[in-house]
Ligand binder design. Structure first.
Ligand code: SAH
Length: 399
């Protein structure tokens, strides 16, 4: 039997949880230091001992665990997980019916009532991400549920819960047959080479799907495109397929070169006609200014935090400057696609950086469109910060 612990919620936060807030953050708990056993069921009560909800203890960078139900009579057992996952699969029905996209998220943590756990589909393979040891303690329940609910060839997992919330390297294979990698998945008709056995990042970030599509369908034709922090070059591939005259992909990681060559190649694009650079983006900006290079479209999708030899970038502090450096190498009437997955600020504040950057650069701009998480990355109105993605398309207008 799983341990159950009674946990008192601080009075001033009670209403928040009664309204469906799912994250057990430290200040909300009367005695957070008493919690020890990862995966313990937490019976949440108010100061009078009245029931508020049931959750589990699982430390991750975001907090101490997640509320799982507001129904006192519901037990957290395999049937509970089966029910949640079944509902989550049903919510993605249209994705399962679309053969042009075979990679998408099927369970998005708290958005599907299962904080700390996500599940992605890649063809006939499923990938479970566990964000805490507590979440991982539900492995049997989750894996058994998945096995009964989907047709699958194999199930893989990523444990993202060492002390820093980082990926723990281990054998990621869970059940079924081992895959042969790369697995070639489809996204809106485009191929991606995906590796479920090579660490936390599998080759593609699924949450940018609509952004890639619109770049291909509406923005790329006839354009010169610079893709910064390009990783495997997913944006570059979509731009090239959309008729970009030329793409330049810049990423600091050595692996990015071969990975980007591979993504172009699986789509029949001659990678030698594209520019793929293993380089610090900030160094590239200086090089571009010196060489007077300008682009019709620049894509910015940095990590929330990155440190290179010469540079530290934090989305919290440095996004405005990143935009200013970008504005300097964007053609008039060119488009900047600015993206961040940093959850510490919202779209309004992000657009504020855009505004400041253009003001300080002495130029004008027009916001063309904006994106947040796509439908499969389901979020709830009770937990708005779960919708971390912010993407804006900005046209640079001659100042
Ligand atoms: N835009 C990518 C995902 C970016 S992941 C996509 O759509 O798939 C973040 C990437 O930024 C990583 O590949 C990392 O190697 C790279 N990176 C981090 N700091 C960098 C820097 N200073 N210069 C260039 N690349 C950097």
């Amino acid at each position: 039997m799983r341990n159950e612990t009674r946990v008192q919620i601080q009075s001033k936060h009670k209403k928040k949880f009664l309204n469906g807030y799912p994250l057990l953050f430290k200040e909300a708990l009367a005695n957070p230091e008493k919690l020890k056993e990862e995966g313990a069921i937490l019976n949440l009560v108010d100061h009078n001992g009245e029931f508020i909800g049931k959750g589990y203890y699982g430390r991750q960078n975001k907090g101490y665990g997640w509320v799982l139900t507001q129904d006192a009579s519901e037990s957290i057992d395999e049937a509970f997980f089966t029910n949640k996952i079944q509902k989550a699969l049903h919510y993605r029905k249209s994705f399962f019916e679309d053969p042009s996209t075979t990679a998408f998220r099927v369970v998005n943590g708290e958005g599907d009532g299962l904080g700390g756990i996500t599940i992605d589909r890649f063809n006939d393979y499923y990938l479970i991400n566990w964000y805490s040891e507590g979440a991982y303690s539900f492995k049997n329940e989750v894996v058994n549920s998945l096995k009964t609910l989907v047709n699958f060839k194999g199930i893989y997992e990523k444990k993202r819960f060492d002390a820093k919330g980082q990926y723990v390297d281990d054998d990621d294979f869970v059940a079924g047959e081992r895959g042969e990698f790369p697995l070639i998945v489809k996204e809106n008709g485009v191929d991606f080479a995906v590796y479920l056995n090579e660490g936390a990042m599998v080759g593609v970030f699924l949450d940018q799907r609509p952004v890639r599509k619109i770049i291909r369908d509406k923005y790329a034709k006839g354009k010169s495109v610079l893709n910064t922090f390009s990783y495997t070059g997913a944006f570059s591939v979509f731009a090239a397929l959309g008729g970009a005259v030329h793409t330049t992909s810049v990423d600091l990681a050595n692996r990015s070169l071969n990975k980007t060559i591979e993504q172009f190649s699986v789509n029949g694009i001659d990678y030698e006609a594209q520019n793929i650079l293993v380089m610090d983006v900030f160094k590239y900006f200086k090089y571009a200014v010196k060489k007077n290079l300008k682009f019709d479209m620049v894509i910015l999708d940095p990590p929330s935090f990155a440190r290179s030899k010469k540079h530290t970038f934090s989305a919290a502090k440095d996004y405005k400057n990143l935009l200013k450096e970008t504005i300097a190498i964007t053609e008039d009437k060119g488009v900047i696609v600015a993206s961040t997955n940093y959850s510490g600020y919202d779209m309004k504040k992000f657009k504020g950086f855009v505004d400041q950057a253009f003001k300080e650069s002495g130029g004008k701009y027009k916001l063309l469109e904006e994106y947040s998480l796509p439908e499969d990355f389901r979020t709830t109105k009770e937990f708005r910060e779960g919708n971390y993605l912010k993407v804006v398309f900005i046209e640079k207008i001659k100042g």
